[in-house]
Design a protein around this ligand. Structure first.
Ligand code: SF4
Length: 125
């Protein structure tokens, strides 16, 4: 199976409430594109994502880190993401890529240091 499609099936198909499988040309969030870039350098990440995708969201304790690594670089950051929009009140739900990274950190499958190193590498490409 195609590498990017495999990741999209896990991250968007299983973890993202906003994913529309009937719209194949849709723009993807930074969560997915970051994980695709990272897994190109680190193919075992896909096995870790399989494990992480089975866990329920455990809150959002890594907001500052993930804001810096994902959201600031996301095409939806400025206008289209309620999760990061301070004007939107009430319970919020992140995209699938953000959820995947929270689960990977929460389950100790990766560390914050791994993530920062990967982010530095991904920004080189
Ligand atoms: S939470 Fe929103 S801004 Fe952050 S990566 Fe996901 S879609 Fe983009």
């Amino acid at each position: 199976m195609n590498h990017a499609k495999n990741l999209r099936d896990i991250i968007c198909g299983r973890l993202c409430r906003f994913y529309r499988p009937d719209k194949p040309e849709q723009e993807f969030c930074r969560g997915l594109t970051f994980l695709i870039q990272w897994s190109t350098n680190y193919p075992y990440l896909i096995n870790l994502l399989e494990k992480a995708s089975q866990s329920e969201p455990s809150g959002y304790p890594y907001t500052r880190l993930l804001d810096q690594i994902l959201c600031r670089h996301c095409p939806f950051f400025a206008d289209d993401c309620d999760f990061v929009d301070a004007r939107v009140a009430g319970p919020k739900v992140s995209c699938g890529g953000y959820h995947a990274l929270v689960s990977l950190l929460h389950l100790n499958l990766i560390t914050e240091e791994n993530l920062l190193t990967a982010a530095a590498l991904c920004q080189l490409h």
